[in-house]
Write a protein that binds this ligand. Structure first.
Ligand SMILES: O=P(O)(O)OC[C@@H](O)[C@@H](O)c1c[nH]c2ccccc12
Length: 274
């Protein structure tokens, strides 16, 4: 397991350092003004909010956000994914509501190329999963035809959170606003987030505690779409999050390691029916 570097701070801090360096290289290639133009020319975003809403009492089962994830800082390489597009097609066929594609390169071995390959193959809403710390990434997500971006509250100050959420909505997209503590849920609520995730993995230490969703779920505002993130190993974990009121469950590792991802999603949803 990767340990935080005591000199530079938490795992999250060191990931963000790399994200900024990589983004600066892309900016040199495609400056902000050009990226804004590409974003304006993209086809309209799909409605990810509608796709995720109401999972709580859906008779077919909870909504699944299925993730294309090659590696993680905590576990290292997870699976050899030869074709992200093929994996995504399996997810879609299994009934995933949204597909998440990691685009962070250094720790997750993701890329915008993976994102593009998935986008070319499936028609359901896509989450560009990255560490958003600059408006450039939001325009870039839209230019690549993303429907949803990730805003990690722990990585942003209040002004950034408000501005990036507003920009996301202006571009017709939705944001998954990710929290891990009561204070972060309050900050997410204060900017009127529409889709709020509770990540049971602490991004500062990488520790996972699946009971964390149930501990914090009561603190979520009534009107938000509720997403339980991380730590699913089996259908019973999905059922647990659903019983605690999640509208959607975000699953990465268990799906990329499963030999039959399509069937896994069917089983996960089946298990969540109350
Ligand atoms: O592989 P898991 O335990 O099913 O977790 C998926 C997803 O929740 C996790 O990849 C994640 C949640 N928040 C993030 C922020 C950045 C990168 C990754 C993540």
């Amino acid at each position: 397991m990767t340990r935080p570097n005591p000199v530079t701070g938490t795992v999250l801090d060191s990931i963000i350092d790399g994200v900024i360096q990589d983004m600066d290289a892309r900016k040199a290639d495609t400056p902000l003004a050009r990226m804004q133009q590409l974003a304006a020319e993209a086809s309209p975003a799909r409605d990810a909010h509608a796709a995720l809403l109401g999972g709580r009492d859906n008779p077919v089962g909870v909504n699944i956000i299925a993730e294309v994830k090659r590696s993680s800082p905590s576990a290292g390489p997870l699976a050899q994914i030869d074709s992200p597009a093929e994996l995504a097609a399996q997810y879609e066929a299994g009934g995933a509501a949204v597909i998440s594609v990691l685009t962070e390169q250094r720790r997750f071995n993701g890329s915008l190329q993976d994102f593009d390959a998935v986008r070319a193959r499936v028609d359901i809403p896509l989450l560009r999963k990255d560490f958003t710390v600059d408006e450039y990434q939001i325009y870039e997500a839209r230019a690549h035809d993303a429907d949803l971006v990730l805003l990690i509250v722990a990585a942003l100050d209040d002004a950034q959170l408000r501005d990036y959420l507003a920009l996301t909505h202006e571009l017709g997209m939705n944001a998954l606003v990710e929290t891990h503590t009561v204070e972060e849920i309050e900050r997410a609520a204060a900017v009127d987030s529409k889709i709020v995730g509770i990540n049971v993995r602490n991004l500062k230490t990488l520790e996972v505690d699946t009971s964390h969703y149930g501990t914090l779920a009561d603190q979520l505002p009534d009107n938000v779409v509720r997403v339980a993130e991380s730590g699913v190993k089996a259908a019973s974990d999905v059922a647990m999050y659903a019983s605690q009121g999640a509208d959607a469950v975000l699953v990465g590792e268990a799906l990329v390691k499963h030999g039959e991802p399509k069937q896994a999603i069917v089983d996960f949803r089946q298990a969540s029916r109350s």
